[in-house]
Design a binder for this molecule. Structure first.
Ligand code: 5GP
Ligand code: MG
Length: 189
């Protein structure tokens, strides 16, 4: 097999927190648990884009339950690497989720504000159940009480990029998750 070309931006990382192989293995384990819990019940997966895009794509291909997919867009006002204020959830759902089992998928659970707001929206639309699956959990940063049923990795309180997560819209295509070298934040921390 041809060797994969390395991405130049990998050199911007100070250190790798979660390797590509570790992500792959963990997603297999998460999917196994989700497959067991839902037992082929119809599922509606709601991904919070853009961050959850890559994680959702890889997770979905391991799920063995009949499912539908939709996305919501959420943004908080960003200043550098800190999100501040109340998240704005754009309700552009095309699917009717009333009476449906929903699996909410996001890249990272940080203050908890985004997922709390999205979950409240889904319950208001009368979803039968809402469970949450996140690849990363930064428990130390929680401001709103929120726990996800499925968590890939607990990580320390560091700003991470890669595998869907961005800094100033860059780095989403890195295959692993890591912390940028300070010079690449260019004083925006
Ligand atoms: P919340 O603070 O509402 O739990 O998280 C909101 C959003 O902030 C996440 O969905 C993610 O887009 C972004 N976020 C939080 N922590 C990080 C991080 O370490 N790296 C990146 N790239 N985004 C983050
Ligand atoms: Mg996000």
């Amino acid at each position: 097999m041809a060797k994969k070309k390395s991405i130049p931006e990998l050199k911007h990382l100070d250190h790798v927190l979660v390797t590509e192989a570790a992500i792959r293995r963990r997603i297999e384990a998460l999917a196994e648990k989700i497959n067991r819990d839902y037992q082929r019940r119809d599922l509606t997966v709601i991904a919070v884009v853009n961050g959850a895009l890559i994680f959702t794509a890889d997770l979905l291909r391991q799920l063995r339950t009949p499912l539908r997919l939709d996305c919501v867009r959420a943004s908080s006002y960003h200043s550098g690497t800190k999100s501040v204020g109340k998240p704005v959830v754009i309700d552009n759902l095309k699917l009717d989720i009333k009476g449906r089992h929903v699996l909410l998928v996001d890249d990272i659970l940080d203050t908890g504000k985004t997922l709390a707001a999205v979950k409240a929206l889904l319950l208001k639309k009368r979803a039968l159940s809402v469970k949450t699956c996140v690849l990363l959990d930064k428990k130390a940063r929680r401001v709103v009480p929120f726990e996800a049923e499925y968590v890939g990795f607990d990580i320390p309180n560091e700003f991470v990029v890669g595998y869907g997560l961005d800094f100033a819209e860059g780095y989403r295509n890195l295959p692993c998750i890591g912390v940028l070298k300070p010079k690449y934040y260019a004083g925006k921390l």
